[in-house]
Design a protein around this ligand. Structure first.
Ligand code: TXD
Length: 336
């Protein structure tokens, strides 16, 4: 159990995180920060006064706190509109920013299209962490995932094992779920990993996908696997299109908590993590989804897989996409 976990952003994912951290007893204190709702300067002053007193973070914390006697947990919950609720956090999970949302015509933006708005938010987040919990381990979830982690790293420069992004556990979970469904076996039996950036070029690695230790190709034919891999790459968008109001939020929260638990309980669990690479997979200075051992020091070790030539080429393409978004982020940061 940690002394304190800080949650940056108290929206859909932040809400599930707080609820699950309380339920699982992962920390003695949860601090949640979110500026919402923000007064609109064009509203009448009376309305602005009302909004100033409202707070999603304080409200969600109070809601969960009032349920603690029912679930039998003694935990402290602190919410704030500024970043003060993060004070003393040993681990922070960042979800601050806007999610993808279906447009009226049913289309939706790519994760990369969120960059301009979420980059500004990320600069505030970095300041908040710097001020209130500069030594906290960081798990970042906000999109575009790889470029936001990269930006936090540029601003905060923590030891490279103490900052990571969550996407691979979710993307691999999606891959595993689709394989389990098609093969009609337990999700527990399916082992699979998705590498690369958290975009539509992510790389589901068929050569390391197994059912109870047996290669997946023994169970599913080429056509089925190709369809599953294509669906995995677009799985985030599938949920965005269905929900209409935003993006997936329960599965991403559970995925981040699998990472958090590996750290909190020093499990040394191998999970796909968006980690800073310094030569592994031929990549330097970028955050990319790769398998890594997660333990009390965060990213303890990046594991290099033997990939087929096709998988290697797919990973190179995905990394090129990550680099492009990070270069765009760098250029935008000059203007902010
Ligand atoms: O696999 C993954 N990494 C992801 C990432 C899977 C699904 C969703 N993913 C991304 O997570 C998504 O594209 C978003 O960028 C984040 C958060 O998604 P969520 O669904 O929780 O979005 P919400 O409900 O809009 O919550 C975001 C909250 C919202 O309440 C804002 O008021 C708040 O962030 N926000 C801020 N919090 C702190 N500090 C600042 N500056 C701030 N600005 C907005």
């Amino acid at each position: 159990m940690l002394k304190k976990i800080g949650l940056i952003g108290g929206g859909y994912i932040g809400g599930v995180l707080a609820q699950e951290i309380a339920q699982r007893g992962l920390a003695r204190e949860i601090g949640m920060t979110d500026p919402a709702p923000m007064p609109n300067p064009s509203d009448p002053p009376e309305r602005q006064e009302v909004v100033k007193k409202q707070s999603v973070a304080i409200g969600k914390c109070l809601d969960i706190a009032e349920g603690l006697p029912t679930i039998g947990r003694d935990i402290k919950l602190v919410g704030s509109k500024d970043y003060s609720a993060l004070a003393g956090a040993e681990l922070v999970i960042n979800t601050a920013g806007v999610p993808r949302k279906a447009r009226p015509d049913g289309t939706f933006p790519s994760r990369e299209e969120l960059l301009a708005i979420n980059l500004k938010v990320t600069l505030e987040v970095a300041k908040g962490i710097q001020q209130y919990c500069p030594n906290a381990m960081i798990i970042s979830i906000a999109n575009p995932l790889d470029a936001i982690v990269y930006t936090l790293d540029k601003r905060l420069a923590p030891p490279k094992n103490r900052i990571m992004g969550m996407a691979g556990v979710l993307d691999s979970g999606r891959y595993r779920y689709f394989v389990a469904e098609a093969a009609n076996v337990s999700v527990d039996n399916v082992n699979a990993i998705v590498l690369g950036g958290h975009g539509d070029d992510m790389v589901p690695v068929r050569s390391s996908c197994q059912i109870a230790g047996i290669p997946v190709t023994k169970f599913l034919d080429e056509e089925t696997l190709a369809k599953i891999e294509a669906r995995t790459r677009k799985a985030g968008g599938e949920v965005v299109g269905l929900l209409g109001f935003g993006s997936a939020f329960v599965s991403p929260a559970w995925a981040a908590l699998e990472m958090a638990e590996a750290v909190i309980f020093d499990k040394r669990k191998i999970l796909p993590v968006c980690a800073k690479l310094e030569g592994e997979y031929g990549v330097r200075g970028l955050f990319v989804g790769v398998p890594a051992i997660l333990g009390k020091n965060g990213v303890e070790k990046v594991i290099e897989l033997d990939l087929t030539p096709e998988e290697k080429a797919a990973l190179e393409k995905s990394v090129a996409g990550v680099k492009k978004t990070c270069d765009e982020a760098e250029a935008m940061l000059q203007t902010l």
